[in-house]
Ligand binder design. Structure first.
Ligand code: GFB
Length: 324
C-alpha cells in the first residue's frame, strides 16, 4: 500500500478533464495537492520541468497532462500529438526520477492497442499488431510513456506505473466540434437541435464503430486506487466493461437532451478503430469497479453544462486541436 495521506502530490495537467477530476478526488485525501500552470512549468521544456521538481519536491505524481483530441484532431495534427506528448512524458518521468519521487502514475489511452486487437482487449495485446492510422502518433507517444515507466523501474527501481483508460467524458471536456471526442460533440449537437440552432445531428462516419466510455470521476477514482494499491511494470486497463455503437450513443444522448435523433451521416469523416472494448479483469481483481453508468454520466454532464451555461461560451470552431 502507498500512503497518500501526508504526502505532497503533484497533478500534472490539472486544468484538463482528467487532471481536474484527480484534483477533486484527492481533495478527499489528507494530502497537499501541487499543481503548476504552463507559465510556471511548460512540460515540453526539460529545464523548466527539472527546475519545478527541484523547487517543489513532490512525493507522488499523477501524470495526466497531454495534448488530446478526437479522431479528426489526431489525424490532422500528427506532429503536435507525437512531439508534445513524447516531450511531456519524457520530461516529467525523467524529472520525477531525478528528484527522487516515491511513486508516479502515467495515464495513457486505449488507442495504444492494435487496430484489430482481439476483444475485449487484454493488457498483453500491446505491440502485437499495427495501430489505427488516425491516432498512431498519439498512441506511439503513449506507448513510449509506458515504456519509460518500465525502463526507469527496471534500471533504477523507480515505482512508476501506468493506467490505460478507455474513452473518457465528463466535466471540463472539450466541446469544440472540430477537435472534441465523440461524446461531447454529440451532446453539443443534440443541444443545438433542441434549441433550434441546427435541424439535424451531423454524425461523422458510419456510426457503426463501438466505443467504451468512462466518466472522468470514475477514472480519477481508479487512478487514486492504483496509486495506493498497485506496483507493477505492466500497465492496467481502466474501463467499465461495456461498449456501445456510436449511433446508439447518439440516440441515448438525444434521449437525455430530450430531442428526436435526426442523424445525418458525414461519410467524408473517418470511422477509426472498429471496436476497442478493454478487458478490465486485472483492475477488477485488484478490487476496483466503475460506479457511474453511461446514461447517468451523460445526464450529469448535460445538467452541469446547462447549469454552468458552458455551451454558450464555447466558440463554434476553436483554432487548433486541443489543449494540454
Ligand atoms: O471520440 P472519437 O473522436 O475518437 O470518435 P476515437 C469516436 C467515433 O465516433 C469515431 C465517430 O468512429 C468517429 O467517426 N463520430 C461520430 C464522431 N460523430 C462524431 C463527432 O461529431 N465527433 C467526433 N469526434 N467523432 C480517439 C483517438 O479515437 O480516442 C485519441 O483519436 C484517443 O487518440 C481517444 O485515444 C480516446 O475513439 O476514434
Amino acid at each position: 500500500m502507498t500512503q497518500i495521506a501526508g504526502k505532497r502530490v503533484y497533478v500534472a495537467g490539472h486544468r484538463g478533464m482528467v487532471g481536474s477530476a484527480i484534483v477533486r478526488r484527492l481533495e478527499q485525501e489528507d494530502c497537499t495537492i501541487l499543481t503548476a500552470t504552463r507559465a510556471e512549468a511548460d512540460l515540453r521544456d526539460p529545464t523548466a520541468v527539472e527546475q519545478w521538481f527541484a523547487a517543489n519536491r513532490p512525493d507522488l505524481v499523477f501524470l495526466a497532462a497531454a495534448k488530446v483530441g478526437g479522431i479528426l484532431a489526431n489525424d490532422s495534427y500528427p506532429a503536435d500529438f507525437l512531439y508534445e506528448n513524447l516531450m511531456i512524458a519524457a520530461n516529467v518521468i525523467h524529472a520525477a526520477h531525478g528528484s527522487g519521487v516515491e511513486k508516479l502514475l502515467f495515464l495513457g489511452s486505449s488507442c495504444i492497442y492494435p487496430k484489430f486487437a482481439e476483444q475485449p482487449i487484454r493488457e498483453d495485446a500491446l505491440l502485437t499488431g499495427p495501430l489505427e492510422p488516425t491516432n498512431e502518433w498519439y498512441a506511439i507517444a503513449k506507448i513510449a510513456g509506458i515504456k519509460l515507466c518500465q525502463a526507469y523501474r527496471k534500471q533504477h527501481g523507480d515505482d512508476f506505473i501506468s493506467a490505460m483508460p478507455t474513452n473518457l467524458y465528463g466535466p471540463g471536456d472539450n466541446y469544440d466540434l472540430n477537435s472534441s471526442h465523440v461524446l461531447p460533440a454529440l451532446l453539443r449537437k443534440a443541444h443545438m437541435m433542441k434549441t433550434g440552432q441546427a435541424p439535424t445531428m451531423p454524425m461523422w462516419g458510419t456510426g457503426e464503430p463501438r466505443r467504451e466510455f468512462l466518466h472522468a470521476d470514475d477514472c480519477a477514482d481508479a487512478c487514486v486506487f492504483l496509486m495506493k494499491t498497485y506496483s507493477g511494470a505492466e500497465h492496467v486497463n481502466v474501463g467499465t466493461g461495456e461498449d456501445i455503437r456510436i449511433v446508439d450513443l447518439a440516440r441515448l444522448v438525444c434521449e437525455v437532451v430530450g430531442v428526436e435523433p435526426r442523424i445525418e451521416h458525414d461519410l467524408t469523416k473517418p470511422d477509426g478503430t472498429p471496436r476497442k472494448l478493454m478487458d478490465g479483469t486485472k483492475l477488477r481483481e485488484l478490487g476496483w469497479a466503475a460506479s457511474i453508468s453511461l446514461e447517468d454520466g451523460i445526464r450529469r454532464t448535460y445538467a452541469d453544462l446547462l447549469a454552468g451555461g458552458r455551451f454558450d461560451s464555447i466558440p463554434e470552431a476553436a483554432e487548433g486541436p486541443a489543449r494540454l
